[in-house]
Design a protein around this ligand. Sequence first.
Ligand SMILES: [Fe+2]
Length: 156
Amino acid sequence: MSTNQIGLEKKDMTAVINKLNDLLSSYHIFYINVRGYHWNVKGEHFFSLHQQFEELYTNLQIQIDEIAERVLTLGGTPLHAYSDFAQHSSIKEDKGVFNGNDCVRGVVVGLQALIEEQRGMSAVAEEAEDQGTADLVDGYVQEQEKLVWMYNAFLG
Ligand SMILES: [Fe+2]
């Protein structure tokens, strides 16, 4: 069979699966960065930021699972080792950040990186006629664009 279980050409899936695994890696690194902000943030905005970061990483965790399961649906294997995530992520680890504004800036930088990566992902998926993957990441982009505005509003 030249097609996978959902009727897409297997030969076109390699690029989509590789991109999804890169994206999965970026989400994992961003996820652990945001957990760090949630734990370490200090100062007058502690209660609101601590809570806000928890909401954000909880949502990222759901998206991580959706991306990994999309890889499986397409016939691939999701990456599942931190060493691979560190290698494939477009987002850098952000350690030892305590100041509220610095944490929020880290969130904005991470969201902007995800948005850019997903725009590229969407184009690759459409090229392979994989509208399901394109729609999945387009939905994330819309949500994250709004979050960029809100976190930037916090920064003034
Ligand atoms: Fe917590």
